[in-house]
Structures are given as C-alpha cells and as structure tokens.
Ligand binder design. Structure first.
Ligand SMILES: O=C(O)CCC(=O)C1=CC=C[C@@H](O)[C@@H]1C(=O)O
Ligand SMILES: [Mg+2]
Length: 380
C-alpha cells in the first residue's frame, strides 16, 4: 500500500456539557481528523490529544508539528505491506504516541477498507457487540452527581465511572452507593490526584466495593502503585502510567495494577493496543477501552479494538450523544440495546465522515502528497 495523500483537518467541537476532571475543565474539544488516500480508498482516524498538556505531554499543537515535520514524510516515502509496519517505521521517534496513533490508526482503517474487511476483523476481534460504560466528570454538587448517575443507570450503561479528587472522593462514592446500591458496576478515576500519603483515605474507599480505582497516584509511576495495591482490596487500574507494551509488562511484574485501561492514542496506535491486550490476556489481566472524549471516528476505532476477547470490562465507549449534539460520522454511534453497541460489519471502521458537520466546526486544514481536493497549497 502506498499512501498517495494525507489530509489533516482541525475542528473545534462544543461539548454538550463541560467535562471536569482532577486536572481541568473542558467545554470544547479540539480534534484533528486524518484522511489517508491509497488505491481509491480513504482511511480515517481522529486524534485524542487535548488542547493542553495536562493528561500527557502532547497537545493538538505538538501533534500537528510532529506529524508535519516527521511522521507524514515517513508515511509518504514508504511502502506499507501491513499496518503493523507503521509502528516500526515510527519507532526511532521518541514518545509522541498520540501523533503516531492517529496516523497509524488511519492506516489500519485504510488497510481494512482496501481488503474489504471490518477493522474489528483485521484486528482479530471476536465480539459482535460490546457492553459499554460511561464516564462522568466532577459535578457541581452531590445532588447533581446523583442525578447524572441515575440518568446513565436508566440508560443501561454497563459501567459507571466517576471522577474523584481530594475533597471529592469518599462523599460522592458513599452517596452513590447509598442511593443506587452495590449492584451498580461503579469505578473511580483519580487522574493521579493522590499520593501514598493519602493511603488511609484510599483504603476507606475499599468498603464501597468499586470495580477498580483508576490511576490514583502519579502519572509516571508504577512503584508506589505497587505499594498501594498491596494494601488495597480494590483493584488498581492504570491509565496514564502505561504508554507501551514494556510499561504494561513492568507494571504487571511489579503488581502495580490488576487491570489496564487501554487507550489507542496513549499507547501509540492499534498495533500496540493489540500487543498490550494479548500480553495482558497471557497474564490474566483484564483490559478495557478507555476514552478521550472522542467524536465518532475515534469512538469507532475504540469499538473495533474493544471487540478483542480480553476487553472483558465495559469501556468508556458511550454513544455519540453522550458528548455531542451532532457527531462527525454517519451513522452516529448508537446503542442497539441499553448499554450495548454493535461492532460494525462494514469495511474499515464501518462509519463515514459527515462533511457538513466537519465544515461547520473546521478551524484549519492542509494536505500533503498528490494533488489535493482540500484546496490548500501543497506542502512540499
Ligand atoms: O471518553 C470518555 O468517555 C472518557 C473520558 C475520560 O474519562 C477521560 C478523558 C481524558 C482524560 C481523562 O480526563 C479521562 C481518563 O483519564 O480516562
Ligand atoms: Mg483515566
């Protein structure tokens, strides 16, 4: 497969409601859409880098720079026989996983479309439908949180994830358990808001039988997480700490976690996500697909990877209407039954771009390679 043209479009999408975590508040989401052209087909993917470097070191700005300066030239210069080739081609470039992932994922979609198979099938997926969960940010009050949790329980979501941070942890978790009981599959994501000095507070959460507590300690730690896991009955799930298969191997070997949240963008693409999935399966570590407030293209890639057999815990792969009044794909991502999303059988991700919505929120675009229809000046 020879990539003939690469097109980048940046859009700024308003969220239906602000999403608040321990590291910040998001009211809009900047998204970069990648289109790769080859053999008459177009592979698409969506970046997950935020506008600010608070989740990891990347931003939408660093992503454009690394893609334009380094990654896109490599893609245009090399023959690609299988999408697994891409992570090798990019391997001499340090980190910048989200920049790598958006291009590599688009290659996977393009490869699947050229070979007339679904992305799920190309990845070795086995599930025809997946249970999905929902992630809830930090709300203005306990009452507001309980209302939002109740809404998503009624919508049938199979996992309820709530954000916690110092001063908003035991009280909201206790309130949810008291109002909705212990049968609700409930978890908490701390986004690295605590340290080992908070161990007594984190142990207090054990009584509320959470499925897991996600990334309680530092974003780049696996040592203190191992010490904490040894003292908690609640399973620790790592998110920000895991950037590669090697990170996963070391964390599992140290006992730093019992569950891993796989995010395609954080680990550098679908090949790495599959490798981590397979390794965790061999070590009996369940995984689930995390989210980064994606619009429909990213959501579609997540659904495909979440169809692999060891994705045994519902992911943050909610329907389009969780975050968006209108989505950038047709059809929009919807549940087929409460809390269940069908894995598309169509070629590639099984969704097409909604050009009208993209144009509505477009902030910049550029293309590289053969003559472009985007109308931008050609990059050399
Ligand atoms: O996309 C979703 O529904 C999950 C969103 C979500 O929980 C997160 C998105 C981005 C960074 C974090 O705030 C958080 C996470 O860490 O999983
Ligand atoms: Mg997380």
């Amino acid at each position: 497969m020879k990539i003939e043209r690469v097109e980048l479009q940046e859009i700024l999408m308003p969220l239906k409601s602000p999403f608040v975590t321990s590291f910040g508040r998001q009211e809009k989401k900047v998204i970069t859409i990648v289109r790769l052209h080859s053999e008459g087909k177009v592979g698409i993917a969506e970046s997950v880098a935020l506008a600010f470097p608070f989740y990891n070191e990347e931003t939408n700005g660093t992503l454009w720079n690394i893609m334009e300066e380094f990654l896109i030239p490599i893609l245009l210069e090399n023959e690609i026989s299988h999408p697994d080739d891409v992570s090798s081609l990019f391997s001499h470039i340090r980190r910048n996983n989200m920049a790598k992932a958006v291009l590599e994922s688009a290659v996977w979609d393009l490869y699947s479309r050229i070979n007339n198979q679904s992305l799920s099938r190309a990845l070795g997926g086995s599930y025809k439908e997946i249970d999905v969960g929902v992630s809830i940010g930090i709300e203005r009050s306990i009452e507001q949180l309980l209302t939002v949790v109740g809404h998503f329980i009624n919508e049938g979501y199979k996992k309820i994830k709530v954000k916690i941070k110092p001063g908003w942890d035991v009280e909201p978790i206790k309130a949810i358990r008291e109002k909705y009981g212990y049968d609700v599959p409930l978890m908490a994501d701390a986004n690295s808001a605590y340290t080992l000095q908070d161990i007594d507070l984190l142990k207090e959460l054990d009584q509320y039988k959470l499925i897991m507590i996600e990334q309680p300690l530092a974003h780049d730690d696996i040592i203190d997480h191992a010490k904490l896991q040894a003292q908690l009955s609640t399973s620790i799930c790592l998110d920000e700490s895991i950037h590669s298969l090697e990170d996963a191997r070391k964390a599992i070997e140290l006992g730093s976690c019992k569950i891993i949240n796989i995010k395609v963008g954080r680990v550098g693409g679908l090949t790495a996500a599959k490798q981590i999935h397979d390794y965790c399966a061999s070590k009996n570590i369940p995984v689930w697909c995390g989210g980064m407030l994606e619009a429909g293209v990213g959501r579609a890639h997540n659904i495909a990877i979440a169809s692999l057999h060891n994705f045994s815990i519902p992911g943050d792969t909610s329907a389009s209407n969780r975050y968006w009044n209108e989505d950038i794909v047709v059809p929009e991502v919807t549940t087929i039954r409460p809390g269940v999303i069908e894995v598309p059988k169509g070629d590639g991700i099984g969704f097409e771009l909604n050009e009208q919505v993209i144009r509505k929120y477009l902030t910049r675009e550029v293309s590289f390679g053969a003559k472009s229809k985007l109308g931008e000046e050609e990059a050399v």
